[in-house]
Design a protein around this ligand. Sequence first.
Ligand code: SF4
Length: 332
Amino acid sequence: MTSEVLDPVVGGDERILPPEYELNEAEPEHCPGPESEMAGKADACDGCANKEICESLPKGPDPDIPLITDNLSGIDHKILILSGKGGVGKSTFTTMLSWALSADEDLQVGAMDLDICGPSLPHMLGCTQEVIHESNSGWTPVYVADNLATMSIQFMLPEDDSAIIWRGSKKNQLIKKFLKDVEWDRLDYLVIDTPPGTSDEHISINKFMQDSGIDGALIVTTPQEVALLDVRKEIDFCRKAGINILGLVENMSGFVCPNCKGESQIFKPTTGGGKALCEEMNIKFLGSVPLDPRIGKCADFGESFLDNYPDSPASIAVLDVVESLRDAVGDV
Ligand code: SF4
């Protein structure tokens, strides 16, 4: 089997793209989607530079869906990590969840970074210098540990700071590659870190994994009402999109001083916080994780907070959440 380092996918405005990514030019507002039945025919298509291309694109069932389903068939549990708002520590939590699951040597874990414009898992998992290898059978994910693999567009950037300026169809093509062509092999858990909110990535992955089966979504929030407002929208999105909600985690839930162990509230739960919201919206509360400044430090250095500070109340809380999550997917 031949194996070679994958060429960079994109470099700022100078995009170096494999031909299959070059579907069309940037879609205008109100584009129905180049892969939709209305592509090239909708009102928004009139005057669009892509009209001719979109009219000629094949319509009907997406032929990639069976390929995706086949490639993911060895994965027991597929979990989306969502947040209504940015800045609630979703990627940090995804990282801690990945470390925590993989601490069980009997589990095989994958962490997919679906935040295409703001990838951060490689940094937090301490593997930014790795590159993706392509072989005859697909893309090999980066192994952070024997039983923890990850995939992110960050591995394909020519520079760490290169911007990814992509819209719908290009993002969709990459998401499909992550699902269809990455050799995930057999996994107990695939955790998928998504961007904040309800955007292209969320709609696309739900569509692409329609036959693979997503166990559900874990929603991360912080306690204050301004974050919960957006969580309500996220919950509404999941319900409309038919995504099972496994539960909600309240992150940055109080602050535990690493020195005196005293607790204080940084983000006050003025309307009752995540737990009250769960009761109101009838979803499972998976637990709360307090702030610990060493979490950010470990993320910056790509180290496992759980390994470095196992006695921290935050580490204990994360492990409790993992137990609740495993219970929610029927794994314990
Ligand atoms: S022609 Fe294609 S890209 Fe342009 S609006 Fe229609 S579907 Fe979108």
